[in-house]
Write a protein that binds this ligand. Structure first.
Ligand SMILES: [Zn+2]
Length: 81
């Protein structure tokens, strides 16, 4: 990552949120987030979505309830996983 542009950050964002980005990339992303409110909003939103996704895949949630919830949240692609 040679610069701190928003597009560059977004390229690495999925790795970052999955915990798979290198330490150097994480540091650059976190630095960019401190300086760029737009990207902070994006990352916060994605984090909440991912957290919700992990919460919803807990086995004690009934399938039909989960499917209805995913539909209402427009997260149906995740049902395939
Ligand atoms: Zn940015």
């Amino acid at each position: 990552m040679d610069d701190n542009s928003c597009g560059n950050l977004l390229d690495h964002l999925s790795d970052y949120l999955d915990g798979e980005a290198s330490a150097a990339i994480c540091a650059e992303i976190e630095q960019h987030l401190q300086e760029c409110e737009d990207c902070r909003v994006v990352v916060d939103t994605l984090r909440q979505t991912i957290h919700l996704y992990h919460t919803l895949t807990q086995p004690d949630i009934p399938d039909d309830f989960r499917q209805r919830l995913y539909k209402s949240l427009d997260l149906e692609p995740y049902l395939e996983r």
